[in-house]
Design a protein around this ligand. Structure first.
Ligand code: G
Ligand code: MN
Length: 288
């Protein structure tokens, strides 16, 4: 059974138990109160030299009382259901900052920012700024990834929230570009510092001419606007080479590293395929 099946099944067991035993809000609150929300860090590396880590995307993970991983989706869905999304979002963010500091994660930290969780925008920003400063992290090293933008009900209000983040010194990434969740119009609306090309475009980009053409144009467009490009979900050496040759600045994906805690560095050993023409199958067997 693969890791994801195990996580999903464990989450399902807990979801059902939670729904039967405690109420759903109580089930979720226990994760926060018992310190069972953690952060995993996935490296984002330079396309031209993947041994150089630019930073990490931080991904939320829950843990059951038995120590099994609980998928973030399960937690987020429960939070949405019981109106605790802003609280979970802020909690996960503060945990991420603490963990990043504790493990001395190098470079930039990419944090997912759900438009639906911005309820108390000002309060979240103040808490974030306070902790970033208290921990001695650099504000410009924090990048907020915006996704699911199709569900933004009030784009004007959301833009204003983002503007306050920018004014505080943080940076903005437009996530999942090229997926159904993102549109080109948002490039103009949000004017992000980074765009992340969705893994749906990245998969087999070197073999699919249609996909390749879209991706090449997106990279060219973003670069022309002075936006740093990140290709995500890179799993194969050929995808990476193609993306590098087409001018992607940064790359992220299982080829370079899974989300882990503590954050892993990407040494020459981890990218043993560099300079070789074949891709060691072992890379693809790594457990997350
Ligand atoms: O929407 P967003 O880009 O934030 O999603 C990140 C998700 O993609 C995480 O759950 C992460 O584990 C997953 N992910 C990261 N790298 C890869 C990859 O190389 N392949 C696949 N299939 N998923 C990936
Ligand atoms: Mn993301």
């Amino acid at each position: 059974m693969n890791a994801w099946r195990r996580i999903t099944e464990a989450a399902g067991r807990w979801g059902r138990r939670g729904a039967r035993g405690e109420d759903r809000a109580g089930w979720l609150a226990a994760f926060l109160e018992e310190g069972r929300i953690g952060s995993h860090f996935q490296p984002i590396v330079e396309a031209l030299d993947p041994t150089r880590v630019y930073g990490y995307e931080v991904l939320m993970r829950g843990r059951s009382r038995e120590g099994e991983l609980v998928a973030p989706l399960e937690l987020l869905e429960a939070a949405r259901e019981v109106g605790m999304l802003p609280r979970l979002d802020l909690h996960a963010r503060l945990v991420a900052l603490h963990q990043a500091r504790l493990h001395r994660a190098v470079g930039s930290l990419f944090l997912n920012f759900s438009p639906r969780a911005v309820g108390e925008g000002r309060q979240h920003l103040e808490a974030t700024v306070g902790l970033v400063d208290a921990l001695g992290l650099r504000r410009e090293d924090l990048v907020f990834e915006v996704t699911e933008t199709d569900r933004i009900e009030d784009l004007q209000a959301f833009r204003q929230v983002l503007e306050t983040y920018r004014q505080a010194g943080f940076r903005i990434a437009l996530d999942d570009v090229g997926s159904g969740y993102s549109s080109l119009g948002l490039l103009d609306q949000l004017r992000p510092d980074f765009v992340k090309i969705d893994l749906g475009l990245v998969r087999n980009v070197h073999q699919d001419a249609f996909r390749g053409s879209i991706t090449a144009k997106l990279l060219e467009l973003a670069s022309g606007l002075g936006i740093t490009t990140i290709a995500e979900g890179v799993e194969h050496v050929a995808e990476w080479r193609w993306l590098r040759d087409q001018g992607a600045d940064l790359v992220q994906g299982y080829l370079f590293g899974r989300p882990t805690t503590p954050p892993a560095s990407v040494g020459p050993g981890a990218v043993s395929f560099l300079g070789t023409e074949t891709e060691p199958a072992a890379r693809l067997d790594l457990k997350g």
